[in-house]
Ligand binder design. Structure first.
Ligand SMILES: [Zn+2]
Length: 183
């Protein structure tokens, strides 16, 4: 960030009085431009024991498989976002949404919020962000072709919980060593 979005003046990065960390401050109008983590919302769409995955048609990780997920929009609830992203990326309509996993991905300033959902209607197939969509049984999941670590962790936890017969909500952390996120 270089210029003020309010007045166009040059910004400096400094700690405002009474604050405890650096912010972008406008030299012209004095506005402080706060930056905070972005929220990515996704879904595990399930139908008769199989999971709907989509193959990415965009970078990063073009051609890899993932769960539908994307950035939360202003004015949108997290559950509405999960439904919208699932429809946009897979064509499918999900209902019975249940909050399932939250991941802190601090090194890239992202929060992932994942729901479980039931596929009510498979719809008309993938949107423009996906090359193809497919229902996977547990034994068929292409683990070496999963796009992001947060997605493989979500899938592994989901499959383990399903074997145990319960899906408690949980919070996890994705570290910087091998962590990746959507950009
Ligand atoms: Zn300004």
């Amino acid at each position: 960030m270089k210029f003020c979005s309010d007045c166009g003046s040059l910004l400096e990065f400094a700690t405002p009085a009474g604050d405890d960390r650096g912010r972008f401050i406008c030299r012209g109008c004095g506005a402080i431009h706060y930056q905070n983590p972005r929220v990515v919302v996704g879904c595990i769409p399930e139908y008769e024991g199989r999971i709907l995955l989509c193959r990415r048609a965009i970078e990063p990780c073009y051609g890899k498989w993932t769960l539908p997920a994307g950035y939360l929009e202003n004015g949108e609830s997290v559950s509405a976002c999960a439904v919208r992203e699932t429809r946009e990326e897979t064509g499918a309509c999900v209902d019975d949404l249940t909050p399932y996993r939250l991941f802190n991905i601090c090194h890239i300033n992202q929060i992932y919020f994942m729901f479980r959902g039931r596929v009510a209607d498979v719809g008309e197939g993938p949107g423009k962000e996906s090359l193809e969509v497919r229902f996977y049984a547990e034994a068929e999941i292409p683990w070496d072709q999963i796009a992001f670590r947060v997605i493989s962790e979500t899938l592994q936890t989901f499959l383990r919980d399903r074997r145990n017969g319960s899906f408690p909500f949980g919070i996890g952390d994705i570290g910087s060593a091998i962590g990746q996120g959507i950009s």
